[in-house]
Design a protein around this ligand. Structure first.
Ligand SMILES: *Cc1c(COP(=O)(O)O)cnc(C)c1O
Length: 371
């Protein structure tokens, strides 16, 4: 039996009638972009996350960009984040002309290490972007306390963490503003590209909305220079339906994760995910750490079991930084050690016990042969 890393067809089959109705309704009314479906989704997401405002946009990368632009992050500023993330986190900083400062991660959670954060603050530091990697929140109390002490703004990259909680609050409600992605593979994904940002700050929300629509408060009146970053009505309709299932789906991921934890702890040199008692993990990715991750991936592939390395190379070691004037590669031993050592195995809503047991058997077989 083959087991994919992720099976997205279940999200459609479970909501087929609702999804089809959205499609036909959008086509019939030819109201493709923005409109009441998008406004409704914004309200639903804000209510779900627990913020006053949500602004939909074209993707998670843009959500980060809109926030930085609205906050006035610019050339000469430094923005602190980690290299253990998807590239977009860094890219949005360089697009502002600002300098990304990458600090090391906590070896247990793979999230930003607050001690490393504080050590990296300089007079040029303007903002901090903690990334809730794999679906588990960063140590936000520590990060927010440091930010407050140094008068810095915190922006969550919550693209992998819709529904994750920290001390009873949801990811996206733990800082000045947060970015989410609705890319199909995310826990709340749509049928294409999509994203949003959440905040309690009305002025910031309004400004992001303005920038996302060509700096145009009224048709053909431009008070600012912006961009085109909008969400389709079709995507909004799909997302509204899927949001009603999100907690159930995240619970199914957590249940699957618990089964892996039980079966795989102590196998070979595997390290199963650490869950911070301050929050809940939504397992956007179920990550095993092992020195043999590359070989394990190859072995699983030979058994038609999907897996992937998140990430094969830490971002601070990427070639693109040669293009940044004055970039000095930081020494980030934890992130460097995680490169090619953290592997995701199939963990998604609807995965069956039989499929999981197939994965578990294959992993055990690999380590038994490896002895
Ligand atoms: C997916 C992702 C993004 C970017 O989202 P897109 O919608 O693909 O632009 C940014 N940061 C992280 C951590 C992500 O996982």
């Amino acid at each position: 039996m083959s087991v994919p890393l992720l099976d997205l067809t279940l999200q459609y089959s479970q909501l087929k009638d609702e999804s089809d109705a959205v499609w036909f309704d959008v086509m019939e009314h030819a109201a493709y972009i923005g409109g009441p479906r998008v406004a409704a989704l914004e309200k639903e997401v804000a209510d779900y996350v627990g913020t006053e405002y949500c602004v939909a946009c074209a993707n998670g990368t843009d959500a980060l960009f809109l926030i930085l632009e609205a906050l006035g992050v610019t050339r000469g500023d430094e923005v602190i984040t980690t290299p253990w993330t998807f590239f977009a986190t860094i890219e949005c900083i360089t697009h502002m002309g600002a300098t990304p400062v990458m600090v090391d991660i906590d070896p247990k959670t793979y999230n930003m290490d607050p001690v490393a954060l504080e050590a990296a603050i300089t007079p040029k530091t303007k903002a901090i972007i903690p990334v809730h990697i794999y679906g588990q929140c960063c140590d936000m109390d520590a990060i927010n306390a440091i930010a407050q002490k140094h008068d810095l703004v915190v922006i969550e990259d919550a693209c992998q963490a819709m529904g994750a909680t920290y001390k009873g609050k949801k990811a996206g409600a733990l800082s000045r503003a947060a970015a989410f992605s609705f890319f199909p593979t995310k826990n709340l994904g749509c049928g294409g590209d999509g994203g949003c940002l959440t905040t309690d700050d009305k002025e910031l929300a309004d400004r992001c909305r303005l920038i996302a629509n060509h700096g145009m408060p009224e048709k053909y009146i431009h008070t600012d220079f912006g961009t085109n970053s909008r969400l389709d009505a079709l995507q909004a309709g799909l997302l509204s339906a899927r949001l009603t299932k999100l907690d159930e789906w995240n619970q199914q991921r957590a249940d699957a994760a618990a089964h892996y934890d039980e079966e795989l702890a102590g196998v070979g040199d595997l390290v199963t995910p650490y869950v911070d008692p301050d929050g809940t993990h939504i397992y956007h990715l179920y990550i095993l750490k092992t020195d043999k991750a590359v070989q394990l991936q190859e072995f699983l592939g030979s058994k038609s079991i999907g897996s992937a390395l998140y990430y094969p190379l830490s971002l601070h070691e990427q070639k693109c930084f040669d293009l940044l004037d004055g970039y000095v590669k930081p020494d980030l031993p934890v992130a460097e050690e995680c490169a090619n050592a953290t592997i995701a195995i199939p963990c998604y809503p609807g995965i069956t016990r039989a499929q999981q047991d197939e994965v578990i058997a294959a992993v055990k077989e690999f380590f038994a042969a490896d002895k």
